[in-house]
Design a protein around this ligand. Structure first.
Ligand SMILES: NC(=O)c1ccc[n+]([C@@H]2O[C@H](COP(=O)([O-])OP(=O)(O)OC[C@H]3O[C@@H](n4cnc5c(N)ncnc54)[C@H](OP(=O)(O)O)[C@@H]3O)[C@@H](O)[C@H]2O)c1
Length: 474
C-alpha cells in the first residue's frame, strides 16, 4: 500500500509517521513544504515530496500512485486560516480524485455546528465537509476533542495552569463538557483506519470519559500531587481569559483566543462509530493519559510539540534577511584550543530550562514583556535539553538553520519593532556570534539603540559562557 502523509512536521503528523514507518509493508510519501529543511531519511520506504496543499499542481504530482492519503494540514498560525484551510482541502480532494486515491483519512475536531461554535471549529468542520464531498474518494473523518499528550496545546494549557496557579479564577465555561483522549489512542485510530474494510464515508468521533474542564484540571492536579482551588467567575470575557492564558501558559494570544472561544460549546462524541468500527481500541482514561504525558516530559521524550510546525517562517528568505539587516552585534572568540564539537553542543543547548547564562534574568524580563504584548515569551522553552531540529521553537525563537558542528541560526518570534536573528557559527578556529536586526521605522531604531548597553553585557557573557560550558560537555 502506498500512503501519502501530509502534516508530517506537525504535532500529530510527526508522531503518526514514527508509528507508521514501523510497518514495513507500507511505502510512504511525506509531503513537506521545504524538502531541504527536512532531515534526509535513511528508510528506503520513505520518499520525501516537496509540495504545498495551496498549490494544486504540486498535489497532483505528489498523489501519483497513492492508495491512501492522510490529511493532517492545519494553518491556525495564519490570521486567514479559515480561507486557507478551505482552499487547501478543496485542492487536496480534487488532486486525490485525479489520481484515483481510494481513501483519505482526516483528523478534525469534535463538536457540532451551533450558535456557540467557534470559528476555529467551524473551519475544521468545513475542512471535513470539503474532504467528504467527493463521489469518487472515500473519506474517514476522525474527530477528536482535547488531545492529552506531552506537547499538545490543550494539555500544555491545562498543565501550566494547574502547576502555576494554586487558586484559579476561571470563566464559567470550565463547566463545559469535553471528551479528552490520549494522543496514543488518536494515533491508533488513525493507523487502523488504513485497514478498515468499509467502502462508505465515515465520521468517527473518538474520546475517553466525559469530563468538564474543571474536572480535567483537578484530575491533573491530583496526578501532579497538587491541591488546587478553582473559583469560576461569571464576568470573565473571552479577551480577558485569552490574555490570562497568554500570561500563564505557553500559547500566544491568538491561539488562546481561538481555543477559549471553543470552550463555550460541548465537545463530546456524537456517534458510536469508534466502538462499532474499532472495537479493539479501548481509550485510556484521563488520569492515565495525563500520567503518560507527564512521564514523557520528565524523561525528555517529548517527540513533537504544538509549536513544531514551521507555519510562516519559510515565507522569508533568512539568508537575505540577515544580509539586509541594518544593525549587527558581532562577537568572536578564538576556539583554537577547544573541541569544536563540544562548542557546537554548547551553543545548541542554550535557552529553555538551561537558561541564558549570567544574564538569564534579563531574558526573563524580556520574556515577560513579550507575553504582556501577547507574544510567546520564554514559555515555549525547549523540546529537549540538548537536541534541536530545524523549524522547532526555542523560547521566543525559531530554529531556521542548523548545520552539525557548524551553525545555528535563530529567528526572533518575539514582539519586536523589526526583525531579529541570532547566529552562532564555527569558522576558521573561531566562534562567531552575531545578532542581526532590521528595524521597522523610527521605533525600531530607538529600540536597538536603547538596548545597546544591555546587548553589551548579555552578548559578551553569552559567547564566553558558551565556550566555558563546552568544557563540561562529555
Ligand atoms: N493537536 C491537537 O491537539 C488536535 C486536537 C484535535 C484535532 N486535531 C487535528 O489534527 C490535525 C493536525 O493537527 P496538528 O496539531 O498536528 O497541526 P500542526 O501541529 O499545526 O501541524 C500542521 C501541519 O500542516 C502543515 N501545513 C500547513 N499548511 C500547509 C500547506 N499549505 N501545505 C502543506 N502542509 C501544510 C504544517 O507544515 P509546516 O511545518 O510547513 O508549517 C504542519 O506539518 C488538524 O486537522 C487538527 O484539527 C489536533
Amino acid at each position: 500500500m502506498k500512503v501519502l502523509l501530509t502534516g508530517s512536521t506537525g504535532y500529530i503528523g510527526r508522531r503518526l509517521k514514527q508509528e507508521l514507518v514501523k510497518n514495513e509493508d507500507l511505502q510512504f510519501k511525506l509531503l513537506v513544504r521545504h524538502k531541504d529543511r527536512f532531515p534526509p531519511q535513511t528508510n528506503k520506504n520513505i520518499e520525501i515530496i516537496e509540495g504545498d496543499t495551496l498549490n494544486k499542481d504540486s498535489l497532483i504530482e505528489a498523489l501519483k500512485d497513492v492508495d491512501v492519503a492522510y490529511y493532517l494540514v492545519h494553518s491556525l498560525n495564519s490570521s486567514d486560516y479559515k480561507n486557507l484551510d478551505k482552499k487547501s482541502a478543496q485542492n487536496f480532494i480534487e488532486a486525490c480524485e485525479i489520481n484515483g486515491v481510494k481513501r483519505v483519512i482526516y483528523l478534525g475536531g469534535l463538536g457540532v455546528k451551533d450558535e456557540n461554535t467557534s470559528e476555529h471549529l467551524l473551519s475544521r468542520i468545513e475542512t471535513g465537509e470539503v474532504l467528504s464531498s467527493s463521489k469518487k474518494v472515500q473519506t474517514i473523518w476522525i474527530r477528536a476533542g482535547v488531545i492529552i499528550g506531552s506537547g499538545s496545546t490543550s494539555f500544555e494549557i491545562i498543565r501550566n495552569l494547574t502547576e502555576k496557579l494554586p487558586i484559579m479564577t476561571t470563566p464559567k465555561w470550565v463547566f463545559t463538557k469535553a471528551q479528552p483522549i490520549s494522543v496514543r489512542d488518536v494515533l491508533r485510530y488513525l493507523e487502523d483506519s488504513l485497514y478498515l474494510d468499509v467502502k462508505v464515508n465515515l465520521v468517527v468521533d473518538i474520546g475517553s470519559e466525559q469530563l468538564t474542564y474543571e474536572e480535567m484540571m483537578l484530575k491533573t492536579a491530583k496526578v501532579l500531587g497538587l491541591n488546587r482551588l478553582i473559583i469560576p467567575l461569571p464576568f470573565l470575557s473571552i479577551n480577558l481569559s485569552s490574555y490570562w492564558l497568554n500570561l500563564f501558559t505557553p500559547v500566544p494570544f491568538v491561539v488562546a483566543k481561538a481555543l477559549i472561544e471553543g470552550l463555550k460549546s460541548e465537545v463530546v462524541i456524537q456517534n458510536d462509530n469508534a466502538k462499532r468500527y474499532f472495537p479493539h481500541i479501548v481509550p485510556l482514561d484521563y488520569e492515565s493519559s495525563v500520567r503518560k504525558a507527564i512521564e514523557a516530559i520528565q524523561k525528555n521524550q517529548v517527540f513533537s510539540r504544538w509549536s513544531d510546525n514551521a507555519g510562516t517562517i519559510w515565507e522569508k528568505d533568512h539568508s537575505q534577511g540577515i544580509a539586509n539587516a541594518l544593525y549587527l552585534d558581532r562577537k568572536e572568540r578564538s576556539i583554537k584550543n577547544y573541541d569544536k564539537e563540544k562548542i557546537y553542543k554548547s551553543f545548541i543547548s542554550i535557552g529553555g530550562d538551561n537558561g541564558w547564562f549570567k544574564y538569564d534574568f534579563l531574558w526573563v524580563i524580556r520574556g515577560v514583556f513579550d507575553q504582556i504584548l501577547g507574544g510567546y515569551g520564554l514559555k515555549r522553552g525547549r523540546r529537549h535539553p540538548q537536541n534541536l531540529r530545524i523549524g522547532e521553537s526555542l523560547d521566543f525563537w525559531k530554529v531556521v538553520d542548523l548545520k552539525k558542528n557548524e551553525r545555528l541560526l535563530l529567528f526572533a518570534q518575539m514582539k519586536v519593532p523589526g526583525e531579529a536573528w541570532l547566529e552562532f557559527k564555527i569558522e576558521d578556529e573561531k566562534l562567531i556570534q552575531s545578532a542581526y536586526f532590521y528595524p521597522k521605522g523610527v521605533i525600531g531604531r530607538i529600540y536597538w539603540f536603547c538596548l545597546i548597553p544591555i546587548h553589551y553585557l548579555v552578548f559578551n557573557d553569552m559567547i564566553d559562557s558558551i565556550i566555558r560550558k563546552s568544557k563540561d560537555i562529555k
